[in-house]
Design a protein. Structure first.
Length: 210
């Protein structure tokens, strides 16, 4: 059996197990999804949103990219955000990074990664905003992990700068924004940053005609 055939076989076993536990499982989910959470995480294979949070299908709406970025020109991210906030009416948006993130570490090098450079540029900018704090950390691993935390915080603030979030805050007092960092070594999530719905941000970024 090839590795991909094993995936299909495992899928059959999983579906059968779900039905045996709860005969209505797929019927219920096929008609409706009402997740309370939007998860914006890293594409890293070791950080599966549902598994590490003990959630089931239907509970978390998921978007993942390299280094869990919220880039304001990324049509993919914006489409997910618009749909989750305005159609699914999620109550929480979670940006979840992870320590020892390859994308974050790559952004700290001077290596030319080709087209990936354009994505990593956004993380380099986060480093530049916090250069003084980061440069003062001698240990390279610790410096990278601190950048992971600061990057998560910055991406949460990027969410707050979108008209999608600002409008939902103004009209419905949701969603709450969370910045979390997952530890590959212990499996634990470290909450590092939070923004309550409606909190004021730098007024340069606040729209007054939502
Ligand atoms: Co990563």
């Amino acid at each position: 059996m090839t590795p991909y055939e094993k995936l299909l076989l495992e899928n059959k076993a999983w579906a059968a197990e779900k039905v045996s536990d709860d005969p209505d499982f797929f019927n219920r989910l096929a008609n409706l999804q009402t997740p309370d959470f939007l998860w914006i995480g890293c594409s890293d294979s070791r950080v599966p949103a549902n598994e590490i949070t003990g959630t089931r299908p239907g509970e978390i709406f998921v978007h993942r990219n390299v280094a869990n970025m919220v880039v304001h020109t990324d049509l993919n991210l914006l489409t997910v955000l618009e749909y989750a906030v305005n159609h699914l009416k999620v109550k929480h948006v979670i940006v979840c990074g992870h320590y020892n993130c390859g994308g974050v570490k790559a952004s700290m090098t001077q290596h030319n990664f080709g087209i990936i450079n354009k994505w990593l540029r956004n993380i380099k900018d986060v480093y530049r905003f916090h250069r003084e704090e980061l440069d003062a950390i001698a240990d390279e691993e610790k410096r990278a992990d601190r950048l992971v935390e600061l990057n998560v915080q910055e991406q949460v603030m990027n969410l707050a700068k979108t008209s999608i979030i600002q409008k939902a805050w103004k009209t419905e007092q949701r969603p709450q924004l969370h910045g979390w960092v997952y530890g590959l070594k212990d499996g634990l999530i470290n909450p590092v940053f939070e923004m309550e719905a409606g909190i004021h941000i730098d007024n340069l970024y606040e729209f007054d005609d939502l």
